[in-house]
Design a protein around this ligand. Structure first.
Ligand SMILES: *Cc1c(COP(=O)(O)O)cnc(C)c1O
Length: 385
């Protein structure tokens, strides 16, 4: 007998969201309490003891996240980097090695190289589309984790999750996928062979630029136990209000991602036919080298578009400062369109390293506004060139 698993949007709205039994409140209440009354020593009412170890609002989010990534366990953290730090410390120890994409998020590379490097965890950045180089890098060290971001930030490269999972597993390593850019609506790495999914929930999952958070999702009870222990022992948990806002955002992920994807496709197509543009990086364009792969492993192509200007750094800076609907700001994945100049903003920490970003590149987080207004905004900014 096949189990009837509800569809993505049904899970997004309902997983972990049972109504409150006493009053019937349809939205589960926000629990701020840091501690819980015991009916006798160690005699807990619902398993809750102390807020770092467990909180009903955080649990509701964790259940929702696990359901949407097709995992069994999810852990919610105070930021994406807090989740990554806890994840690496749960699964690797001094002497272990991490092989990561050479276009990983700058903050991830900074954490792995500048912080965890000092605690004896090595790293090798590689081009994840070069599977021979990846195999060699994995074999050259005591590799514990292979770390992939797809689509990558900000170059929008697409990596083959299933193929990389095989390479990692053949060498006894685990595959971690940073699924922040795709979100679980567009891509479910655990189904493709990844062992761990990590998120900055600050981005599409929260979706409204009003909360900072992170998450880890797994489907293996042994990994779950190790991560759960570190979450409790290290304590970088999300607070109740953050968890509540994230749950609220996550309920509309499907409808948001559909509009983000539709708008981003239109913006990418508009950019691609402009003479001021040297290159557009959007996996939805047939000219993108990862287009076929993205079509195979993603439901749609998402809301992120990067663009390089023929007029170099100056042109990128002029456009970045001339838009009115696109706001010049760090971050991504909110309902409002944002414009970012990575080499001085999000990726300033990797300047001068092999992860550095081209100086003529802008990264657009295409929001859910009416697309004709977004294109008109870009058009008036391009007129300044
Ligand atoms: C933002 C981001 C992170 C870090 O998350 P924070 O919530 O800012 O700590 C990690 N990976 C990717 C791809 C990101 O965009």
């Amino acid at each position: 007998m096949t189990e009837n698993i509800p569809g993505f949007n049904t899970r997004a709205v309902h997983a972990g969201q049972e109504f409150e039994p006493r009053t019937g409140a349809v939205v589960p209440p926000l629990h701020f309490s840091s501690t819980y009354a015991q009916d006798g020593i160690g005699n807990l009412r619902a398993g809750y003891e102390y807020g770092r170890g467990g909180n009903p609002t955080r649990d509701a989010l964790q259940e929702q996240l696990a359901a949407l990534e097709n995992g069994t366990h999810a852990y919610s953290f105070s930021s994406g980097l807090a989740a990554e730090d806890s994840l690496i410390r749960a699964l690797a120890e001094p002497g272990d090695h991490i092989v990561l994409g050479n276009d990983a998020y700058g903050g991830t590379y900074r954490l792995i190289s500048k912080v965890l490097g000092g605690w004896g965890i090595g790293n090798t950045p590689v081009d994840m589309s070069d599977h021979a180089a990846l195999k060699a890098a994995v074999a050259a060290n005591k590799t514990k984790l292979v770390w992939v971001e797809t689509p990558s930030n900000p170059m929008m490269r697409i990596s083959d999750i299933a193929a990389i999972a095989e390479i990692a597993h053949a060498a006894g390593a685990l595959l971690v996928v940073d699924n922040t850019f795709a979100s679980p609506y567009l891509q479910q790495p655990l189904d493709l062979g990844a062992d761990v999914v990590v998120h900055s929930t600050t981005k599409y999952i929260g979706g409204h630029s009003d909360v900072v958070g992170g998450a880890i999702v797994v489907k293996d009870p042994v990994l779950a136990e190790a991560i759960g222990f570190i979450q409790f022992a290290v304590g970088a948990v999300s607070g109740p209000m953050d968890a509540f806002l994230t749950t609220r955002g996550l309920k509309t992920l499907g409808v948001r991602m559909r509009t983000h994807s539709e708008n981003a496709m239109a913006v990418a197509q508009w950019l691609a036919q402009r003479p001021e543009v040297e290159a557009v990086h959007y996996p939805g364009l047939e000219s993108h080298p990862g287009h076929e792969l993205a079509k195979a492993q993603m439901r749609d192509f998402g809301g992120m578009v990067s663009v390089q200007f023929a007029g170099g750094e100056d042109a990128a800076r002029i456009v970045a400062e001339a838009t009115r609907v696109f706001t010049l700001a760090e971050s991504l994945g909110g309902i409002e369109s944002l414009m970012n100049y990575p080499s001085e903003m999000t990726h300033a920490s990797v300047k001068g390293t092999e992860l550095a970003v081209p100086v003529n590149l802008l990264r657009l987080s295409v929001g859910i506004e009416d697309v004709q207004d977004l294109i008109a905004d870009l058009d008036q900014a391009f007129a300044k060139l």
